[in-house]
Design a protein around this ligand. Structure first.
Ligand code: ARG
Length: 560
């Protein structure tokens, strides 16, 4: 049961809706006074009474029932204690009924959320800098889907620009077909890097010509471009598979080339386009921002122009409720400008555009990162983490079956979790050792806890557990409260675009389960009733922790 809603239904505060009341109810950090609390401070002005008095009155009027065992007013807070037995009954029954859908809802029914994430650049390295956008976006995609939204995952490919002319020139001079086919994106990138180091002025001119040829539909130039693109997509596709990431659209920058003109015309009509040093710009000085450049002085479009056309196209095509851009904070200004220009164009949906900004990821183990200015490929980080996971598992459990499969789940999970555990805007220093610590705030800790729960359940065999329930002891109560919190954690993650809420939930739940596991006998419980009840609790915890990890894109091995 959702206790916040349940309590709100039974309260009445003049001029405050039930929804607002439910949203105001919190889980206090110290639960000795209550499991839930309503701070009454914000009602003081409205009701013209002191918070203490409001809490007092509400406490007196709260109807007695079997769910809330006590209500008290302390210092402007209204505290609720939930009856343990009712909590156990309700929570376990609901999780058993809903299974892996527990925490899901239909709040998003009929609404669409577009999520622009990962957005790779063709023929460029897919590096550690792409980790956060890929896994954050992937998690938001699943979380919104879980809440009933229609989700549109968009990989806004970086597939347009003069760099492709350079690449063709480099390939023509130094490339060997078989070697590039074999070496894939890394070989392609090497060519590009070499061009930037060694190109002569003649080659630069040639590169401009090749770019022009791509644009004018020249067959050979386009075939080469498509080849580089397919090598890139095959490469990232494998990584997406490992990370359980998917997209509904790969409409990238090139897709918008023929969709820019109507938007530019509209800007002109609305008197927003001005000339500045030969370029066409939207002046944003009044908003404290540099001009938004729409066309360069040579008439060429920019990344920003393509994004403007893309936004208009997405609204028209998907009629989104929200359009998210999961892009690093380095592009804060770009998105602020973009959203402002849409607003100035009179698009009332400009307010539904959200830049989901995140911090940088770097490696603690710097040896591998910036050697000779080399990039850290995400694939290498994942593979290395899976290798290390294998070593750790070997040490922990030499007899483990399916080691490869388990190591893949543990290693990939550690990389994903590393990027999702902290508030997204924070810079992260990734450490293989910390990420693979069985006793840390890690995915492997949660996975291990799941395996532990699964093993208890396996030992219990298929015995029917019925609806056995006891009044919970302290450890059981903590687990139950945590499980009851899960639906709220999912909602909060979506509301704040913050999957870390679910990652933190998973660790917290695992910690509480482990305390219960260590301090309470499950299989050897005092009575049959208690045994069945504890097994139900174990099964429910396993279900919920598994769902939490699944929403983040992390698999759960059956045994570890
Ligand atoms: N490819 C871009 C980059 O690597 C990110 C694109 C983000 N999406 C967008 N619609 N601008 O910086």
């Amino acid at each position: 049961m959702d206790y916040k809603t349940y309590i709100a239904e039974r309260l009445s505060v003049e001029g405050v809706s039930k929804e607002e009341l439910a949203e105001s109810i919190v889980v206090p950090p110290d639960t000795s006074l209550g499991d839930y609390a309503l701070p009454c401070f914000k009602f003081a002005k409205l009701l013209r009474r002191s918070p203490a008095l409001i809490a007092q009155e509400l406490a007196e009027r709260y109807p007695a029932d079997g769910v809330v065992s006590s209500v008290s007013a302390v210092n402007g807070y209204l505290n609720f204690k939930i009856d343990g037995r009712s909590l156990a009954e309700e929570t376990l029954a609901r999780i058993e009924r809903e299974g892996e859908r527990y925490g899901a809802s239909d709040v998003g029914a009929g609404k669409t959320v577009c999520i622009d994430y990962s957005s790779v650049n063709i023929a460029k390295p897919f590096h550690i800098g792409h980790l956060s956008t890929t896994v954050l976006g992937g998690a938001l995609y699943r979380i919104f889907g879980f809440l009933g939204y229609r989700t549109v995952g968009i990989n806004h490919l970086g597939d347009y620009g003069t760099q492709f002319g350079k690449l063709i020139s480099a390939y023509k001079h130094w490339g060997v077909k078989e070697a590039v086919q074999e070496g894939g994106i890394r070989a392609v990138n090497d060519l590009y890097v070499r061009f930037n180091r060694e190109a002569t002025p003649e080659m630069e001119a040639e590169a401009r010509e090749y770019f022009r040829l791509i644009e004018s539909g020249d067959e050979e130039a386009n075939e080469l471009f498509e080849w580089f693109k397919s090598l890139t997509m095959a490469y990232v596709g494998k990584i997406y598979d490992r990370l359980h990431i998917r997209f509904d659209s790969y409409a990238g920058e090139r897709f918008y080339i023929d969709k820019m003109q109507p938007v530019i015309d509209e800007l002109k009509e609305k008197g927003l386009l001005v000339e500045s040093q030969g370029a066409q710009v939207v002046d944003l000085e009044a908003y404290g921002m540099p001009p938004f450049i729409v066309l360069r002085s040579d008439g060429a479009s920019l990344y920003a122009t393509r994004d403007l056309a893309a936004a208009v196209y997405r609204k028209k095509t998907y009629d989104f409720e929200k359009c998210l851009y999961v892009v690093a904070y380095q592009q804060n200004l770009h998105f602020k400008q973009l959203f402002k220009v849409l607003e100035l164009m009179g698009k009332d949906w400009a307010k539904d555009m959200v830049h989901v900004a995140y911090g940088m990821v770097s490696l603690e183990d710097g040896a591998m990162s910036t050697r000779q200015g080399k990039v850290v490929w995400l694939e290498d980080v994942i593979s290395r983490c899976v290798e290390k996971a294998k070593e750790v598992l070997e040490e922990k459990n030499p007899a483990l079956e399916n080691r490869e499969d388990v190591a893949e789940k543990v290693g990939v999970g550690a990389v994903v979790f590393g990027a999702l555990y902290n508030n997204k805007i924070k810079d992260i220093v990734f450490s293989y050792d910390k990420a693979l610590n069985f006793d840390g705030e890690t995915s492997v800790y949660v996975q291990y806890t799941c395996a532990r729960a699964a093993s208890v359940l396996a030992k219990a065999g298929g015995s029917s557990l019925g609806d056995a329930v006891c009044a919970p002891n302290a450890q059981e109560l903590e687990v139950l409260k945590s499980l009851a919190e899960f639906p709220d954690a999912v909602l909060a993650a979506a509301k704040n675009y913050e999957p870390s809420t679910i990652a933190r939930f998973a660790v917290d739940c695992a910690q509480k389960f482990n305390k219960f596991y260590i301090e309470c006998k499950i299989l050897q419980a005092e009575s049959e009733e208690t045994r069945a009840y504890r097994l139900r609790l174990t099964r429910a915890a396993l279900t919920v922790m598994t769902t939490a990890l699944r929403l983040l894109g992390i698999g759960v091995p059956e045994k570890m």
